[in-house]
Design a protein around this ligand. Sequence first.
Ligand code: FE2
Ligand code: FE2
Length: 347
Amino acid sequence: MVFSSGKNVHAAAGTTSRGGDDGESVLAPGDNYFPVSPDTLNPDSLTDFQVYLRRGGRFVLYTKERERFSHERKERLVESGIDTVYIPYHQQSSYENYVFDNLEYILRDETIPIKVRSRVFLDTTSRQVASVFEKRLPALGEDSLENIRHVVSSSLSFLSTPEAMENIGKFVSHDYQTFTHSVQVFSYAMMLMHVLGRDTDERLLIDVGIGAILHDIGKVHVPTKILNKPGRLNEKEWGHIVLHPVHGMRMCASVAVSQTSLNCIMFHHEKYNGAGYPSGMKEKEIPFYARLVACCDVYDALTSKRPYAPAREPYEALKIMGGEMDGSFDPEVFTAFIRMLGGGMKP
Ligand SMILES: [Fe+2]
Ligand SMILES: [Fe+2]
């Protein structure tokens, strides 16, 4: 799971922290701190949390609230070989808000190691989606939609790079949770848009991204015990599941979600051969971006461990999609998806 405890987010690999003496350090008692990469701190913006260095078993204050984590301070850490700083747990939400606000800055900075950016992307995006799912509200609020729009637009250029394509796969969660699944489907969908060459219209990318991230939002209206049932579903239970696209549509009725996003929510379980739900549309009757999300959705589900099925390896998942599920996917989309997994960008 990407961030369930919230205590391991953004943690960098273990380090030995030395140096960084700025002449204004104070010792803080206890060890109630969580590690983060200093790369996630933007030298040009103010923080409203404290940043500590670790020396031996003690934590030493490095910057205070409302202080800039300046270029100079950052440089000093690099020179001292320090790649982990610490933030008090009681200021965790301030740090998370800060990363959310600075997400585009962090993801665009190519001097930050790709593994740090991939982790930040998955954690920050998952947190926003989780908050939408956890609220279990009857309808999506404008503020939640704005937060989703923010993480989508902040991630676009990052998700267009071959490095992101290579690295996100290493960090994706293989334990199925609706919110991690949603973020992973979003990542695949954006990368697939690039492979298909449909990446010139930023507004379209954002609309498809929002649709991908919210495609299963209607599952908040499906009882958890049905979603988590290990065995086969009976007819009544299945009746609940097939309604989630319609619930999702309804939940978005009073916010400004585009038709493209709505199509992804409503039609992501349609199959190219007409055997899907809720409408049974087929081939080109199904909106294109719903066909695209459908392919990403099934691949991510197959490669994740679910209550009723083990996680498949990528090649096994593709074999199932092209074998027993043959006819379910738009051939153009499925071919591009295979190319994407092989690391191929658009010609
Ligand atoms: Fe779904
Ligand atoms: Fe899904």
